[in-house]
Design a protein around this ligand. Structure first.
Ligand code: ZN
Length: 409
């Protein structure tokens, strides 16, 4: 079990990105200008950015350019990013151990961004606010909760977090919890949703909270799809087609089911989520780390690896992929279910290795350029960058209204 968790941790391995450095094919010609222009003009929503937890662990001033991490205000502006969903990420170890308090602390932190820098950031709780903030030159901070442990078995907590601005909840993280099973956890508890998990999904539909199936096991995904009356999202998942046997990503049948319900898969940018070879390499790294750790007296914390990490990566050439690797996943979803069911959920600040040209939030224009080169129209690109998730968010609100109206009649 522990080793499994370590492997899961590999995907969350923190590392600093270096600035995007991609020369457009053929130099800065007309196509490049339009890529930059599209990234600037179009609303860009990224549904998963882990900056709150990054700052909880290591405080920093994200109103200025930061040395570490993938996100800050100047780089977001440079990349054309308008609305990064702030991940209210509660690690699995807090299940039964103060999860609600951790979530509240992280929401306080996001509110503090807005209070400290009101000319730069604004918390957002509705699709319309994202558009209003863009017009004002503000970066919107909508919030999504990663791991439903803070529900603590009581629907009152769902209402509490909705009132605090949370607009999607990822049902599990890397361990099974009292809601459902995690794809990373070998020991499954529920083989679907728990009885409370079923109630939770229904109540999320009722109040207009998006249901996020990222991280859950396949069985839990199908159980959610049975119950949810509203479209469902995967806030930061990629296609299993490229990473065989990696349950954390979605297989084709699941993507078809998700799209059939009107939902959207937001592609995770982590190299190990995109490319099977990169993923194998990550597992290889953790095998080597485990060996090293055991040879040096057992359990070693990642932070105290004694130069092991640096040494390893000087001896092995890292497989990263590039923006084309991200576009391959977008292509795959489009080929399966059309242009209306795919978006972007980078996992910036929550992952280590990223593709060339997408090392941090300055990279979105490079993805736009890649999509243009693959003959995506501006309208199609806009759907990927924000249109699809906006449509789902609005539908979730609308269905909530219909459920409540039905209750009154
Ligand atoms: Zn995650």
């Amino acid at each position: 079990m522990k080793y499994r968790i370590l492997m899961a941790a590999a995907l969350l391995l923190t590392a600093c990105g270096s600035p995007a450095d991609v020369t457009p094919p053929g130099g800065p010609g007309a196509q490049d200008v339009s890529a930059e222009q599209i990234a600037r003009d179009v609303l860009i929503i990224d549904t998963h950015v882990d900056v709150p937890y990054r700052l909880r662990e290591s405080p920093d001033d994200i109103s200025e350019r930061t040395e570490g991490g993938h996100f800050d205000f100047p780089r977001a502006v440079e990349g054309g990013l308008n609305a990064p969903f702030m991940s209210i990420y509660v690690p699995s170890k807090y299940e039964d151990n103060g999860a609600r308090a951790v979530a509240d602390e992280l929401i306080d932190l996001v509110e503090q961004f807005q209070n400290d820098w009101p000319d730069k950031f604004a918390v957002a709780t509705s699709p319309d606010q994202l558009l209003e903030h863009k017009d004002k030159g503000l970066i919107s901070l909508p919030m999504g909760m990663e791991n439903a442990s803070p529900m603590e078995g009581d629907l009152k907590n769902l209402h509490h977090f909705f009132d605090r601005g949370i607009r999607y909840i990822t049902l599990t993280h890397d361990r099974c919890n009292h809601i459902g099973d995690s794809s990373y956890d070998k020991e499954r508890i529920w083989h679907g949703l728990s009885p409370f998990g079923e109630e939770l999904v229904q109540e999320m539909n009722r109040i207009g909270m998006m249901v996020d199936i990222t991280h859950v096991s396949d069985e839990t995904f199908y159980a959610v799809m049975e119950i949810s009356k509203a479209p469902v999202i995967a806030s930061h998942s990629s296609c299993r087609e490229f990473t065989p046997d990696f349950e954390r990503n979605m297989n084709d049948d699941m993507i078809l089911k998700l799209a059939g319900g009107g939902g959207v898969i937001m592609i995770n940018f982590g190299s190990a989520f995109l490319d099977g070879a990169a993923q194998k390499q990550t597992w290889g790294y953790w095998d080597a780390w485990k060996e090293y750790s055991e040879a040096n007296g057992g359990e070693m914390k990642h932070g105290g690896m004694d130069g092991f990490k640096e040494q390893y990566w000087t001896e092995h050439e890292k497989i990263t992929g590039d923006v084309g690797t991200i576009a391959d996943h977008i292509d795959h979803v489009v080929a399966l279910v059309g242009i209306d069911h795919v978006g972007i959920g980078s996992d910036f600040d929550g992952i280590g290795t990223l593709p060339k040209g997408m090392e941090n939030v300055t990279g979105y224009p490079n993805l736009v350029r890649e999509l243009l080169s693959r003959d995506y129209s501006r309208e199609e690109i806009e759907k990927v960058l924000s249109g699809n998730i906006l449509r789902v968010w609005r539908q979730v609100e609308q269905i909530s209204g219909e459920i409540r109206t039905g209750e009154q009649s």
